[in-house]
Every structure is written in C-alpha cells, then in structure tokens.
Design a protein around this ligand. Sequence first.
Ligand code: NAP
Ligand code: GDD
Length: 342
Amino acid sequence: MTTPAPIKRALITGITGQDGSYLAELLLSKGYEVHGLIRRSSSFNTARIDHIYQPAQADDHRLFLHFADLSDGSRLVTLLNEIQPHEVYNLAAQSHVRVSFDEPEYTGDVTGLGTIRLLEAIRAAHIDCRFYQASSSEMFGATPPPQNEETPFYPRSPYGVAKVYSYWITRNYREAYGLFAVNGILFNHESPRRGGTFVTRKITRAVARIKAGLQSELYLGNLDAVRDWGYAPEYVEGMWRMLQHDEPTDYVLATNTAYTVRDFLQFSFEHAGLDWEKYVRFDDRYLRPTEVDALVGDFGRAQSLLGWEPKVLTPRLAQIMVDADVAALDVEGRHYVDQVQS
Ligand code: NAP
Ligand code: GDD
C-alpha cells in the first residue's frame, strides 16, 4: 500500500488583495492547505475570498485565516511556528504608487521592512520553506523598456524604493542562508478584482456607471503613461511555478506589449459603445511628483524555464473588466430593486 503524499501548506500574506485571492483559489484547487494573513479592520475586508471560505466544521475546510500584520514581527514568528508552511507567498504591501508619496514612511515600513520581518520570522521559527516575494516592475522606474531580469533599477516612488529593498533582501537571504527565495518581478496585472483606485478598474467601473446613467464624468491624470497590462489569474499561476522549479531565481512576468492609459480608455469605452473623449476630464490630483513613463517587460526567462506565457492581452483584458463591472452593476441594481420592493 502506498502512503498518500503529505498535504502541502502555504501561507499567503495579502490574501484579501487581488492576487492573494486568485492565488488562494489556485492553491486550493491543487490540494494545498492554505493559510492567509489578514489585518484587523473596522469593516469586513474579505470580500474577495468570502466565496472560498468554508465553515470550520466543513469536511473540505482547507482555508484558514489568521489576524496578523507585516508591521508586527513577533506575531509573524508565532504564526510561522503555528502553521509550519512549506511555501510562503509575500503579497502584502501598501501597493498604491500615488499613495506612497502621501505615506512614504508607512510604505517603507510595510512594503520594505515587512519583507525582512517575514524572512527573519522564517529563520527564527526554523521553517524549511520556499519563499516568494512580490517584486514589481515599478523598480525599473526611469530605466527605459524593454525591461528584463538584468535591467538596472531606478525607482521613481517611495513604493518603488521599498520594493527594491525587498527585492535585494530576498536575494540576500537566498545567498546568505541558502533559502529557496525568489522574486517575481511582475508587470501590471489586472482583473475584475482589481482595487478601484488603480487606473484600469477606475476606468472600467466608470464605463459601467456611465452606461447605466449613474455617472457622467471621469477624472484622470496622466494619459500618456505606457504600461504592460496582463491578466492577474495567469500571473498567480506564474508565482506558483516559480516555487516548483528546481533552482531559485528571479523572473519577470509580463506580456511584452505597450499601451497607454489613453489606449485602455479607448478599448474600454469602445466595448460599451461609448466615446471616451466625451466623458474624461483632467485632474492634477492624480499626477505623481515623479512618474514612470513606460514599462514593457521581456518574459523570456519565465517562458523558457517555467513554460509560462500570457494569454490574455490588454485589449481583451479591458473587455473582460468592463463586462464584469456591467454585470456587477446589474446585480447591484436588482438587489436594490428587491430591497425597495420587499
Ligand atoms: P492589493 O490588492 O493592494 O493587495 C494588497 C494586500 O496587502 C491586501 O490583502 C492588504 O490587506 C494587504 N496588506 C496591506 N498592508 C498590510 C499590512 N501592513 N500587513 C498585512 N497585510 C497588509 O495588491 P495586489 O494587486 O494583489 O498585489 C499583490 C502584491 O504584488 C503587492 O505586494 C503588490 O505591491 C505587488 N505587485 C502588484 C502588481 C499588480 O499589478 N497588481 C504588480 C507588481 C507587484 P487589506 O485587504 O486589509 O488592505
Ligand atoms: N491610479 C491612477 N488613477 N493612475 C492614473 C490615473 C488615475 O486617476 N490617471 C492616470 N493614471 C496613470 C498613472 O499616473 C500611472 O502612470 C498609470 O496610470 C498606472 O497607474 P496605476 O493603475 O495606479 O498603477 P501603477 O503602474 O502606478 O502601479 C501598479 O503597477 C505596479 C507594477 O508596475 C500597482 O499595482 C503597483 O502595486 C505595481 O507594483
């Protein structure tokens, strides 16, 4: 008789975010026991994972949530001791670039120092695990595209600077302590679960609301910025593959295509039969003190070593997001009518 393979345990920080929610779904589908770190907040912050959270008594209960915070190092040690994960995915961060100019110290503390707190907790708890760090194309900043794993960093925001710190400390722990630690240098990736203050979701939500007659204007900043926008569910698959490879190294995930914010407006509004120029207005509050003009990633290493490549490109992504926002508004509308009538 063969003994069944032991269940793999993964810890995800940032499980309530866009990527954390897709990664939790992916790992559960692969049979993992998934542990997520969540922050205490005054209102519910688990909307993206509610659909996969089962009651504790359920037979298939394999998702566990724990209160903790990347600013609280001692809590991370007790948590790691308790969970004993085989894989740790560090996705938690203050992840908004514009906000990082308003809260630079906090961003440095969580997005930068949070990573070393987690790495030190792994060492302190003597956990033999593989570690994924959510690094970012924002680290390339002012260095012109195409960008790959060898491109020099030139960050242009407190967020980008904090991510460079986390990138290097992850590499340092790999070299210093032999930890299986990898950086996924991910270019922008979006989905219907994208936070509403990032430009793509801000646009697609506005399209749905304009179409429904709930909004007539959309205020934006720089429309000339070039980004390489991919589809988030494909990127979390890439994260997982990085931790399954024989050797730890760093990888770019991107689509290697370049579109401006203006292009994204065009794709989104056009899909709903609208002309974006009639609705979009400029607001300098959305400009950044220093902008990243162009990010376009070369994902050749991930393609050759991991067999990873993007399938959904930006024009299709915009359509997926518009369709989801239109559908969500329909459900909201029906819910409202039901409430009023009952
Ligand atoms: P997101 O939606 O903003 O999610 C961020 C997550 O971090 C949320 O779960 C948030 O919790 C959590 N968090 C924030 N501060 C925390 C703290 N002090 N302690 C513990 N948790 C904290 O971000 P995302 O788009 O999923 O991105 C995931 C990661 O990849 C981030 O590190 C981001 O910087 C990086 N990244 C993203 C992209 C992209 O295009 N999406 C590209 C490159 C790199 P709450 O829900 O409670 O706020
Ligand atoms: N958010 C926002 N809101 N951005 C705007 C707006 C607006 O009203 N108007 C124009 N933009 C421009 C920004 O100036 C930027 O050039 C571009 O749209 C994209 O902005 P975001 O969607 O906020 O994303 P980001 O590229 O700054 O950062 C995202 O991608 C990084 C990877 O490159 C975030 O997800 C980061 O966490 C991630 O690391």
